[in-house]
Design a protein around this ligand. Structure first.
Ligand code: FAD
Ligand code: EPU
Length: 346
């Protein structure tokens, strides 16, 4: 059923009071293609969403919002691996829980990341030292207009930190329909992340899962309580030259090395600009994690969130010479907007 002038408040984790001209929940691929074709013929924009946990709506959406609920998990095994083919409308965290219950291990570090499986490869979701690229073998995509399906193998996905080929413009008219994951039967705990280093090496996957769920719950407010989209910005990756220069000025700056480049913590940079707890027009910089912007009373607007984000971007840029890039996708009435319109080096 296609709903008209439908509220998206429960379909975006910032809890913004936004409406879309048309909204539909789809459970089958045929239905998705049919609707996509129909609305594109009328020159109306189509936007596919999972749980709306990485988007910022600025205005009411003019076209059709398709909520993807195409489900199915298929498991195959080889001598050394469990191979999962998962349809894109499955909930990511429920998939992690499901695999652990089935004694298929590896995804535990990625517990409690909101969203659907189909969105996960787009920004190569990651947390606590793991990311989907460590397990993803392929991503199946469809062009809903001609219904042609393509399998993009791991290498061609070009996974990087919070990035993949699916963010490229060439893929904007494709829909991710399923994801192939491969999990080794020989489980090795991944305790490389700072917060996990103290855990004993005889730890179990279930314990890691529980531990990560607990720390995440302490750090990140549940979006149903305070609307948020997790980290608003990406952690910046900067040249060794700038990295060493900053280290001299700020010897306590936390960083890790990625192929000799410095990966800094955007939360630390924002924190150093004294934004923690800062509130403006109902939007607050989370007092436990400066990278998270909260719709504190769940009645602010996308524009207010954007304005605070721009203020943070400019302040951090002027202080450190680092111009943060948003992780969250910004959406106006017609679709995704180029973030550089708002987040300019100045
Ligand atoms: P949506 O927000 O619905 O969509 C995101 C984008 O993907 C949109 O542009 C949409 O059009 C597109 N899209 C969605 N489905 C498809 C599809 N099937 N085909 C093509 N395009 C599609 N991320 C991390 O990486 N690590 C974290 O630790 C983390 N923690 C978070 C904590 C909180 C509280 C929140 C709210 C978010 C967090 N995020 C994190 C961000 C978010 O969970 C991920 O980006 C997630 O993958 C978004 O999934 P979604 O289904 O909600 O995507
Ligand atoms: N820090 C501060 N002040 C802050 C926040 C962070 O000083 O207000 C410093 C601390 O030194 C802390 C370090 O930054 O040790 C790292 O913080 P944290 O472990 O919370 O991780 P993060 O780098 O801020 C990233 C991801 C999260 C992911 C966590 C855990 C990005 C943009 N964010 O945050 O992902 O859950 O690591 O792995 O990479 C998301 O993408 O939405 C998200 C929540």
């Amino acid at each position: 059923m296609v709903y008209c002038n439908y509220p998206l408040k429960k379909l975006n984790t910032f809890n913004l009071n936004i409406n879309a001209n048309k909204v539909v929940k789809v459970k089958e691929l045929q239905q998705l293609c049919k609707l996509w074709q129909k609305y594109k013929k009328k020159y109306l924009p189509c936007l596919i969403l999972g749980d709306g946990s990485n988007i910022l709506f600025l205005k009411n959406f003019y076209g059709l919002v398709i909520i993807n609920r195409i489900k199915g998990i298929y498991i195959n095994e080889s001598k050394k691996y469990w191979n999962l083919h998962v349809n894109s409308g499955e909930n990511w965290h429920k998939l992690v829980e499901f695999t652990i219950k089935k004694k298929i291990y590896g995804l535990e570090n990625l517990a409690l990341i909101p969203g659907r499986v189909g969105s996960a490869p787009i920004q190569n979701i990651g947390a606590y030292g793991s990311s989907i690229k460590d397990f993803c073998q392929y991503v199946d995509i469809i062009n809903p207009i001609n219904k042609k399906i393509k399998r993009i193998n791991k290498k061609k996905c070009k996974f990087q930190y919070r990035n993949s080929i699916f963010k490229h413009n060439n893929y904007k008219n494709y829909v991710i329909i399923s994801v192939g994951l491969s999990l080794s039967k020989k489980w090795i705990p991944n305790l490389n992340y700072n917060d996990l280093k103290h855990l004993k090496s005889n730890i179990t996957p279930q314990k890691i899962f529980n531990y990560i769920c607990n720390i995440r719950k302490k750090k990140i407010p549940h979006p149903k309580i305070y609307g948020n989209a997790g980290s608003f910005f990406k952690n910046p990756i900067i040249s060794p030259k700038l990295g060493f220069k900053l280290l001299k000025i700020f010897p306590d700056i936390p960083f890790s090395l990625e192929n000799n480049y410095f990966k800094l913590s955007a939360g630390w940079l924002i924190d150093k600009c004294k934004f923690k707890g800062y509130i403006r027009k109902g939007v607050m910089v989370h007092s436990k994690q400066a990278l998270i912007l909260l719709n504190k009373f769940n009645n602010s607007s996308g524009m207010n969130i954007l304005q605070l984000a721009i203020k943070i971007h400019n302040t951090v840029g002027k202080k450190f010479g680092i111009w943060l890039e948003p992780e969250v996708k910004i959406i106006n009435s017609y679709g995704i907007v180029n973030p550089y319109i708002f987040f300019k080096k100045n």
